[in-house]
Design a binder for this molecule. Structure first.
Ligand SMILES: *Cc1c(COP(=O)(O)O)cnc(C)c1O
Length: 385
């Protein structure tokens, strides 16, 4: 049987796959089972920070796999400790909880906000405010956090206590805080799955102030925007924000499963022994991968990410299209249905994503200029056709 027919028979039908079986990759290039080459502008939805099978990353993974792959969290291991130190040093946060996914990182954030509020204000302060069009994950709690009704239907009852505000409407959020007992606010600086919707600096600052003034835990979901994607290690660092909690996942370990919940000093001791856990959390192989990824994201590398993002924006704007996003997280408003644009790109050897009705680009951060220029040319042709 072919890869596709075996998959269709035996793998749960939760993903509507494109008609491509990817068999190998190198950097921003990958090949399907017929040998066709593609330039990848998806990076596995923002996961493969250094593209496919990057040699430095692969060496870090292989070396750790040969030394020690897992111990459980009953014991100390070097990669987990070192990664936590690197993340705290680079962000000014104080502590990290490691899990395996974005949803798990957000679950941890919600538990921190609720426990903090329960201890400081009372157990009835359990509400979490998120934004309409947000995306925070697929578990029942993070689905509740996701401010899109279409994800909720047929899975109710979800975790209770979530309230939704409109993005950019600070008055609306003030009203929710005045009328409800609120523990935390959770938002993305650029909504990814929700349509690459960029929040304004003023709005983000105002939310941060509102949280600080009301002793509400301010949580930023950097699952997609983090780890260099937007041109700084974490996107909030470009907005002079001081979140209490930052969650991340996707690109942190360059293609291995890892999620992280970063805690500021204010909440560093909220979770204590036994309050939370994850069997694979901080796994040495994933942590070694993440150390190699994060350590390569120095100032020069991040400047190059911003430059590549600017290049894409300039080219697409010149071609007459409206562009949203930050750094190498790009949304493009299309004249014709986005599915047709993606199909034309595939035909011409470029893989792209959608986000709601927009075309979304999340290329590997180390895509070469030559590959980037070629891909953008093909994408502009597909948008025009
Ligand atoms: C992808 C994503 C998640 C969910 O991450 P998983 O690893 O799939 O659980 C949460 N928040 C944001 C902003 C995301 O982009």
């Amino acid at each position: 049987m072919s890869i596709k027919s075996t998959d269709n028979q035996y793998v749960a039908h939760t993903y509507k796959r494109f008609d491509i079986a990817v068999v190998k990759g190198s950097g921003a290039l990958c090949w399907d089972d017929s040998g066709k080459e593609y330039i990848d502008m998806t990076s596995g939805i923002g996961v493969n920070s250094f593209g496919y099978s990057d040699p430095v990353w692969a060496e870090a993974v292989a070396a750790q796999a040969k030394l020690l792959q897992h111990t459980s969290n009953l014991y100390y291991t070097a990669p987990c400790a070192e990664l936590a130190e690197i993340l705290c040093t680079r962000t000014g946060m104080s502590r990290v909880f490691f899990g395996n996914s974005g949803a798990e990182a957000n679950e941890c954030a919600v538990k921190i906000a609720r426990k903090y509020a329960a201890e400081h204000k009372g157990a009835e302060y359990f509400h979490i405010i998120t934004l309409h069009k947000s995306f925070h994950g697929r578990t029942l709690t993070t689905l509740a956090a996701t401010g899109q009704d279409s994800f909720h239907q047929l899975f109710t009852p979800l975790t209770e206590g979530f309230l939704y505000a409109d993005a950019e409407d600070i008055g609306g959020m003030e009203k929710l805080i005045a009328e409800n007992k609120v523990a935390g606010v959770l938002l993305e600086t650029v909504q990814g799955e929700g349509g690459v919707n960029t929040m304004s600096a003023d709005y983000l600052k105002a939310v941060g102030k509102l949280c600080a003034d009301n002793d509400i835990i301010f949580m930023i979901d950097e699952v997609q925007t983090g780890n260099g994607r937007t041109g700084s290690l974490y996107s909030y660092q470009q907005f002079d924000l001081h979140p209490d909690v930052v969650t991340t996942a996707k690109g942190i370990a360059g293609g291995l499963p890892m999620g992280a919940c970063l805690m500021s000093e204010k909440v560093a001791d909220v979770l204590s022994y036994g309050d939370h856990g994850s069997t694979f959390g901080g796994n040495p192989v994933c942590a070694a991968a993440a150390i190699s990824v994060i350590n390569r994201m120095d100032d020069a590398f991040l400047a190059e990410v911003r430059k590549k993002g600017d290049y894409i924006r300039t080219k697409l704007t010149e071609a007459g299209f409206t562009v949203s996003g930050l750094g190498l997280m790009v949304g493009i408003t299309t004249a014709k249905p986005v599915s047709e644009v993606i199909a034309a790109c595939i035909e011409n050897g470029v893989l792209c994503l959608s986000a709601k009705e927009k075309l979304r680009l999340l290329p590997p951060l180390n895509i070469t200029w030559e590959q980037l220029e070629k891909a953008i040319g093909i994408i502009i042709d597909a948008l025009h056709e």
